[in-house]
Design a protein around this ligand. Structure first.
Ligand code: SF4
Length: 451
């Protein structure tokens, strides 16, 4: 069952046209939904919290993996059944024939980032109110994340052509947002109470390449539209800044000193996907793997508390037992602190479908379990050395267990990484950043109390 985005209570009235929104997929899709909601609210539409109260439903789909496509098609079907008037947007919208075949009753289909087309479709099927309540829109736009953290999307699309990925087909080539626009948005978010910025894109380290690193002026200082200057600008805002989807290109080294100085959160999310040269070649991954281990060791010397998060695919076509062992060795040697692991999926239209040597499902399954065990050991070793230390943590809110608050250290991004369970902390509020004494740990999570 899909959940509709819940508006703040005061935003629902009886008189104004109401749109229900179902947002599926990754944080990038969530940012798209936020932009659409901001536009809807700016034009005076209301956001309906359920299918019955909505005049139409907008489903923002994901089309990356077959499982995500199925989930998107199910969500569209559910919305049609419950409401009847449905507009589809997002990644799967790039394949209208698939949607139309499964759900001929959808009112309109638009692709990813087609904000104008989505709004046009909404206007066609649900007339805009005459007096837009512009004052209802907060200056920082409408956000779907809790008030204390926000995703900051710096670019769309990707210039790489990894063989398992159809994102460039769905979202096109890299299109970077000018740096002064990104920094201004970040500044507004901070002014609205955001304490943690999560920088996202498909390839954060390639930021600005498509616009030749165009220089712009922001607050009297010139910044080039590139990764390092972005880090400097965001670092000046005084909040936690996390870099996601960074490739280990040599120029990433230049950002490490900013982490050492405390300007950028010591956290890198690097989607390595694999470590064996054969598999990486078949994957057509950007950035060479040679010397990656040496560079990680140097980063850790410069920033001892650096946390590295990554994602990996096991069972890629042609992956041998030896390739897989190379991957496990890499996880141990590089001490990948946090990792997501996916069993290879034969995504429709991906080049990797045609590769030889597809790995049987039971082998993928077995490798996935072995991977998770090695990763749990690495994560547990990190957790254990935190016991007895005092760490700054950001509070996310109360846990399901009475009297316990959930927080995160700088090593943990929301939703995907570990947490710290805090006792004696019910006086704290979401977004508070406090020192916490860590007194226990399991494989992933920590236990502590305000210091
Ligand atoms: S870097 Fe590769 S996996 Fe990531 S979006 Fe680009 S093509 Fe896809």
């Amino acid at each position: 069952m899909s959940t509709l985005i819940q508006p703040p209570p005061k935003t629902v009235t009886k008189k104004l046209p109401k749109v229900g929104i179902v947002s599926l997929g990754c944080p990038k899709a969530l940012v798209d939904s936020e932009r659409i909601i901001t536009r809807l609210r700016a034009e005076g539409y209301q956001i309906a919290p359920d299918y019955q109260g909505a005049d139409l439903v907008l489903v923002n789909t994901c089309g990356f993996l077959d499982s995500a496509r199925d989930e998107s098609l199910d969500a569209i079907g559910e919305a049609i059944e419950a409401n009847g008037r449905v507009i589809v947007t997002g990644c799967l919208g790039a394949e209208p024939d698939v949607i139309e075949k499964a759900h001929p009753k959808v009112l309109a289909i638009t692709g990813p980032h087609q904000y104008e087309a989505v709004m046009e479709a909404v206007h066609t099927h649900l007339t805009a109110p005459h007096n837009p309540h512009l004052d209802l829109v907060p200056e920082a736009g409408m956000r779907l994340t809790p008030r204390h953290y926000a995703y900051l999307k710096i670019s769309e699309g990707c210039n790489n052509r990894c063989s398992f990925c159809i994102i460039p087909k769905l979202r096109g080539d890299l299109a970077s947002r000018p740096i002064h626009h990104v920094l201004t948005e970040a500044e507004k978010l901070v002014a609205a109470g955001v304490k943690e910025l999560l920088v996202i894109s498909q390839d954060t380290s390639a930021y600005g390449l498509d616009i030749r690193y165009k220089p712009e002026t922001w607050r009297g200082t010139e910044y080039e539209t590139r990764f390092l200057d972005l880090a400097k600008g965001l670092g000046s805002l005084g909040v936690w800044t996390r870099m996601h989807y960074v490739y280990p290109y040599p120029h990433v080294d230049a950002v490490i000193p900013l982490m050492a100085e405390g300007l950028i959160t010591p956290y890198l999310d690097i989607p390595f996907q694999h470590a064996s040269a054969n598999v990486l070649k078949a994957m057509k991954r950007p950035a060479k793997q040679d010397k990656v281990l040496d560079r990680i060791r140097q980063w850790r010397r410069d920033v001892p508390d650096l946390a590295i998060r990554s994602t990996f695919i096991v069972g890629f076509p042609g992956e041998t037992e030896e390739d897989f062992e190379t991957l496990l060795e890499f996880i141990r040697e590089a001490r990948i602190d946090r990792a997501g692991c996916f069993r290879y999926e034969n995504v429709a239209h991906a080049e990797s479908q045609a590769l030889p040597g597809h790995v049987p499902e039971e082998v993928k399954e077995e490798r996935w379990h072995r991977f998770m065990q090695v990763q749990a050991d690495v994560s547990a070793a990190r957790a254990e050395i935190q016991v007895g230390t005092v760490q700054d943590v950001i509070v996310d809110g109360p846990s399901d267990e009475a009297g316990i608050m959930v927080a995160r250290t700088k090593a943990d991004a929301p939703d995907v990484d570990a947490v710290v369970y805090l006792d004696s902390a019910t006086h704290l509020r979401a977004g508070d950043i406090v020192p916490a004494a860590i007194h226990g740990a399991d494989d992933y999570d920590l236990y502590g109390a305000p210091a």
